[in-house]
Design a binder for this molecule. Structure first.
Ligand SMILES: Nc1ncnc2c1ncn2[C@@H]1O[C@H](COP(=O)(O)OP(=O)(O)OP(=O)(O)O)[C@@H](O)[C@H]1O
Length: 381
């Protein structure tokens, strides 16, 4: 039998991706040494940080890749930690040689579609829509990230079951938390303590938003979804200034009072020169418990249609109603237990409506049509 060579082991290691950064560990400077003694292979891997939450995954992946080589009888993985110098080099590699911060999605050649999920009122289901849309897009094979910028109710991590996860940091670069094929970062993860109340004013919020967009290593994303705070506040303005190319999805309930406030959120987006791509009506109706097919209009009717027609008229382009998502206790339960409804009950009407939206929006190629340029907000809310 031919002897095992170091280059064969390194080729095998090149098939192992870092679970957070999603690039080969050989490209990231994480393979320190390879020792070979007969059929025994010892690989020393350098973690980015000592408390790396995914070291077990990495150890398994390395063991599996090297065990597959001819002649290997035993693989041992020894874990070390990168020095400050090595982490700086890694950061340079990830930034592609650029040292200054920039928002990759704001570059004119960015291929990532950015969707901001906005609402007028709180509690209408904006975060539920965000996580389910993101998961449905990921199910279609897209690489999807979520920025949870909802300072008042940063509920996205809990809805995905990663409420207590802290992101790994490499120098001043933050790794998004990987979950169910998504990459997630939340304003809640940037606070020193989870239970700390965010009482930030405009400039702090702006810094936090920029940090989540530029200091997080997103890699190549097909779509980035931003869960905005309800209303027309500082975060929406900052987003408009930094990412005028974001497309906005307005979430409302059928209630007339909610619809009027939702129109304002849509108008705000347009003032920031962003395009509103449609309205999702959530909590549209409740399926009658004993009489299938009959709908109970818990919150009235017509809210999304009203928002869509007002915005279409105001902007001079078609703003469609993208979906009507019914009230469904399974949607609430899915959010509470970290398994959103598109995963826990994909056949439900709620999951299918959201999957349809994901297909409509995720399938379109990003173009410049309808994109407006310029940054200064006008008045008229
Ligand atoms: N269609 C639905 N059926 C049943 N429960 C729902 C539905 N949509 C949302 N909910 C529940 O309503 C609550 C509020 O939803 P969610 O947090 O998504 O709203 P939000 O608009 O993001 O709120 P916030 O303003 O706090 O950010 C959650 O408990 C969620 O599980």
């Amino acid at each position: 039998m031919a002897a095992i060579t170091e280059s064969a082991v390194r080729d095998a290691l090149a098939t192992v991706n870092d679970p957070e950064i999603k690039r080969p560990i050989t490209d990231l400077g994480m393979v320190d040494t390879v020792g070979i003694d007969g059929g025994n292979v010892l690989v020393r891997i350098l973690l980015t940080v000592s408390g790396c939450p995914l070291k077990a995954t990495l150890t398994n992946d390395v063991t599996e890749a090297v065990s597959g080589l001819d002649g290997v009888s035993d693989v041992r993985v020894d874990l070390g930690v990168m020095s400050e110098e090595q982490r700086k080099e890694l950061q340079e590699t990830l930034r592609g040689g650029k040292s200054e911060r920039e928002i990759p999605f704001a570059r004119p050649d960015s291929l990532t579609k950015v969707f901001a999920i906005a609402s007028g009122k709180g509690g209408v289901g904006k975060s539920s829509v965000t996580v389910n849309l993101a998961l449905a897009m990921a199910e279609q094979g897209l690489s999807v990230g979520i920025v949870d910028a909802d300072i008042y109710g940063h509920s996205v991590p809990d809805m995905l079951g990663v409420g207590d996860t802290r992101p790994t940091q490499v120098e001043d670069m933050i790794m998004p938390v990987p979950v169910n094929g998504l990459k997630v970062i939340s304003i809640g993860m940037l606070k020193p303590r989870k239970d700390q109340v965010v009482a930030w004013r405009g400039p702090m919020l702006d810094r936090a938003l920029v940090q989540m967009l530029s200091d997080v290593y997103w890699g190549d994303l097909d779509a980035l979804l931003l869960d905005l705070p309800p209303g027309t506040g500082d975060v929406a303005i900052s987003l408009g200034q930094h990412l005028a190319n974001a497309e906005v999805i307005v979430v409302t309930t059928p209630q007339q009072a909610a619809a009027s406030v939702a129109e304002r959120a849509g108008t705000m987006a347009s003032m920031m020169h962003q395009r509103v791509v449609g309205v999702v009506e959530n909590m549209s109706y409740l399926e009658h418990p004993t009489n299938p097919g009959e709908r109970i209009d818990v919150f009235g009717t017509g809210g999304a249609a009203q928002v869509a027609s007002t915005l279409s008229e105001r902007f001079g382009y078609d703003v469609p109603v993208l979906a009507q998502v019914p009230l469904d206790p399974k949607l609430r339960e899915g959010g509470d237990n970290g398994t959103p409804i598109v995963l826990s009950d994909p056949g439900s009407v709620a999951a299918q409506e959201l999957t349809r939206v994901a297909k409509t929006l995720g399938g379109r190629s990003r173009g410049l049509a309808g994109m407006q340029l310029g940054l200064s907000p006008a008045s008229g809310l």
